[in-house]
Design a protein. Structure first.
Length: 266
């Protein structure tokens, strides 16, 4: 078990909760999905990830132990919070592993702030709205009654600085409007990413499989590696895996992510 330190970073009006596990190598930054938090998203895989590297994990605005502020939830704002957190910690470069909303933030940082990112694991998120399944629109209609009795409700009420159902509904409303109207990234944006990229998706995820394949192709994957070599950017599809249970295959996720991060830089 690695040692853990915790703290709160004053960033953009937030008191942003973070944890630091371990102390070796390029830090790995973990960014969770919407309605989750550090423990709910990464709790099962974090020990293996931190065994041989430092891991930094954070709770986003209105999630986990981080407070909410009068600001919509959106990728650009959350990315700004993450940059502020890294500045607070004095960290100049990280590997990043982001899931869903966290994946969107990781992708934003990888494109807009390439100096911060060595390698990127971008999980269960599209780079363009074309990659989203139509059922995803239901997120915009979520009510607290729909998640009553779930681990997400219990975790929110146990950890949040605003531990009541009224504030939980505010969070659901903000998630329902997350990046509404955004155009996503262009194919050229994805091609131009400097960092080696691991794209992961469940085979029954909120992201269409053909979109994940195109994402990987734009990163140089889908070649005959026996003849031309295995590209630095890769794709993993986790079997029997949905969006909410994207970390359910714990050993498989850990092996895929650690193997990618440990591989030599191209």
């Amino acid at each position: 078990m690695t040692e853990k330190t915790t703290g709160y970073a004053p960033v953009n009006g937030l008191e942003m909760y973070y944890e630091v596990h371990g102390e070796r190598g390029t830090p790995l930054l973990l960014l969770h999905g919407g309605l989750f938090d550090i423990e709910q998203q990464f709790g099962e895989v974090l020990p293996s990830l931190a065994e041989n590297r430092q891991v930094i994990a954070a709770d986003f605005q209105a999630h986990g132990r981080t407070n909410d502020i009068d600001r919509p939830l959106g990728t650009e704002a959350l990315a700004s919070d993450v940059i502020g957190l890294l500045e607070h910690l004095g960290v100049e470069k990280v590997d990043v592993f982001g899931f869903s909303v966290g994946g969107a933030v990781a992708l934003h940082l990888t494109i807009r702030n390439p100096e911060l990112i060595r390698k990127a694991v971008i999980s269960s998120v599209s780079y363009h709205p074309d990659g989203d399944r139509p059922e995803n629109a239901a997120v915009g209609e979520m009510k607290v009654e729909m998640i009553a009795g779930t681990p997400m409700e219990a975790a929110y009420l146990a950890k949040s600085p605003h531990p009541d159902l009224e504030h939980l509904q505010v969070l659901l409303d903000k998630l329902g409007g997350y990046d509404r109207g955004a155009n996503g990234w262009s194919d050229d944006d994805i091609r131009g990413i400097a960092a080696p990229t691991l794209i992961t998706v469940g085979d029954n995820d909120a992201v269409k499989l053909e979109h994940a394949v195109k994402f990987a192709q734009l990163r140089g994957s889908d070649v005959n590696g026996d003849f031309v070599g295995v590209p630095a950017s890769q794709l993993a599809v986790f079997p029997g895996t949905t969006h909410f249970f994207g970390m359910a295959r714990t050993n498989l996720v850990s092996d895929v992510v650690i193997t990618f991060l440990d591989a030599p830089m191209p």
